[in-house]
Write a protein that binds this ligand. Structure first.
Ligand code: PLP
Length: 396
């Protein structure tokens, strides 16, 4: 009945986990939802005021397809500061969240049959979008190296069909932060092997324990012409629902994105654009600092609960907003005829026995992992993780 294309994707694993949590809560179960990919927070005052101002001014018209010129100018300045190079508005496209930005990139960069390297575990949308664009995601396991790819592992999976590599640092779901040396190595490889770099830094502001987020273009300016920077205000301003993201890339690519977006969504919502512009102009960084502090405190609370885990190693949680647990120690292969258990079984047991919802690593190409968000209110986080520890410590 439907187009064959629909076989290339299904509703994202994270969305399905969120729905399971909601269904349990709706059925009256006391549920702690650790599936969320967002931060529990109030609205930044500058965002609120910018949106109110937009309404007072009666803004109601289309803006330029890839964002108002003022916002693109402001974003070009932001990217210039972050990369240490000069960017112009024609190298910026504002999108309805980073997700649309990434989709635009997939559709404008990938030819049918092209391969795109997506290190695993990966955010589930990356390979789905590659497939929708007609490409083929190519994965390799980063678990042996603390969820960060080794350059030689990337090199091993490059073929003549390889078109691009996706870098997501800090990473969802792993929370791993790529160090400068790794990024410089990837940059070198992309030059040698003529690859595009899709650089998703949506969690860039959130790094912990002395880990630092590095921008690949500032480390290796030579790759600027083959890099697409993908970013968003969803996480950095706790603004998931407002749907403002952006791309920074060579202007030929931005022009193609503009043409594509002109046939899909046109400009992102004008009120949200204006609110973000107002924030970029008037924000003093205090809101961001508060958000980071809140997340760091939640991480600390969570880690102290998780330190009670007996058979599961402590997560690194170097950046982002997730604890990613490696369950391979408790999911030993089953001998005999029994089906080997995976993180799916753990996630189902957590929901059924403890009323805690997490996301199984199978959604991220890793049947041994589970993702638990710490972007929720501290009391809930503590209670939820205590239950997780109880179930995992008695798992057999
Ligand atoms: N990139 C990564 C790595 C993400 O985890 C997410 C959301 O969870 C996004 C992009 C998309 O963010 P948004 O579309 O809300 O800007």
């Amino acid at each position: 009945m439907l187009a064959q294309r629909t076989n290339l994707f299904k509703s994202s694993g994270t969305a399905a986990a969120r729905e399971a949590a909601k269904a349990a809560a709706d059925a009256g179960t006391d549920t702690v939802d650790l599936t969320v990919g967002e931060i529990w927070s109030d609205l930044a005052p500058t965002i609120r005021n910018g949106a109110i101002e937009a309404i007072r001014r009666g803004l109601n018209r289309y803006t330029d397809t890839v964002g108002s010129m003022e916002l693109r100018d402001a974003l070009a300045r932001k990217v210039s500061v972050e990369t240490g190079q000069l960017w112009r508005a024609d190298e910026i496209a504002v999108t309805s969240g980073a997700k649309q930005g990434l989709f635009n990139v997939a559709m404008t960069l990938i030819n049918p049959g092209d391969q795109v390297i997506v290190p695993a575990p990966y955010w589930t949308t990356f390979p789905a979008q590659v497939r929708i664009a007609g490409g083929m995601p190519v994965h390799f396991d980063t678990r042996p190296n603390g969820y960060v790819p080794r350059v030689e592992d990337i090199e091993r999976v490059i073929t003549p069909l390889t078109r691009a590599i996706v870098i997501n640092t800090p990473g969802n779901p792993s929370g791993a932060v790529y160090n400068a040396e790794t990024l410089a190595g990837i940059a070198r490889l992309s030059m040698e092997r003529d690859l595009w770099i899709i650089f998703d830094e949506c969690y860039g502001p959130f790094t912990h324990d002395g880990h630092r987020h590095h921008q690949i273009v500032s480390l290796s300016p030579d790759v600027r012409g083959r890099t697409v920077i993908v970013n968003s205000f969803s996480k950095s301003l706790a603004l998931t629902g407002w749907r403002i993201g952006y791309l920074a890339a060579p202007k030929e690519l931005i022009s193609a994105v503009k043409a594509l977006q002109s046939h899909t969504t046109s400009n992102p919502n004008v009120i949200a654009q204006h609110a973000v512009l107002h924030h970029l102009r008037e924000g003093d960084g205090a809101f961001e600092t508060r958000l980071k502090d809140r997340l760091a405190a939640a991480r600390q609370t969570g880690l102290s609960v998780l330190s009670e885990l007996q058979r599961v190693p402590m997560p690194g949680a170097q950046g982002g907003l997730y604890f990613y647990l490696d369950l391979s120690g408790i999911l030993q292969p089953t001998l005999g005829n029994g089906r080997a258990k995976t993180a799916d079984d753990v996630v189902a047991a957590l929901l059924a026995q403890a009323g805690v919802a997490g996301v199984s690593g199978t959604a991220f190409g890793d049947p041994m992992g589970i993702r638990l968000s710490y972007g929720i209110p501290p009391e809930q986080l503590e209670a939820g993780l205590e239950r997780v520890v109880r179930v995992l410590n008695t798992w057999n």
